[in-house]
Design a protein around this ligand. Sequence first.
Ligand SMILES: [Zn+2]
Length: 235
Amino acid sequence: MAEFRKCNNCNVDVSSDHANCPLCGKYLLDDKKNQKVKENEYSFPVYSMKEIHRAKWVNILRIMFWLAAVICVIVNLVWKTKPYFFPYVLTGLFVIMRVFVVPFSKKQNYTKQITGAAIIVSLFLIFIDAYDYYTLGTTFGWAMGYTVPFLLSAIVIASAIICLASRRSEVDMLKSVWILMIYSIIYFLIVILAFDNIAVWPSLVFMCVAVGWFLLLQVIKRNILWKELGKNFHI
Ligand SMILES: [Zn+2]
């Protein structure tokens, strides 16, 4: 005869085969010892309400951001300003969403998101730089020439230090340094080939920092590097 235990949380009867409640996922208490029943092969996966609430809030925020963006564009098209201010707001909202909200909606390690966030912020700064240049006639180059290379150099150094210091995120940070090294080379080429009057040395510093750290990590973390390459390219 099947035995049942009561879930104290939902007040439903659960077959004693199961260690936890199918409704709330909480582990049941053993009648005799008043201890949690041990997890077994019949256990249901335990989901956390915290995750579900977090996902809900991220969705609400996402909807609010979209509403704010649409309202802002409409307002700006009705009351025209010179230049239009909505590109600042739209790109700003996108950056906040992508850099601060989305990473926290996933259970992942935040360090994994650093590279993507840094590249998005760098593109945002270059966009503002270019927009101001075309609309207000300000000098182009503060972001492209100085801010972005310095910001990304700092991110490379931070990634490399985390890679050396933390075993848990070393692979992620190793990838971060790789990606930023490739980005730095492309960035440097764009700066010297496509623009005449932008400061070149910060981009050169960025490229040297990225390539330098990449080579240093290659020497120190050789084993992981090969293992990761094998995983990525199925060697
Ligand atoms: Zn329950």
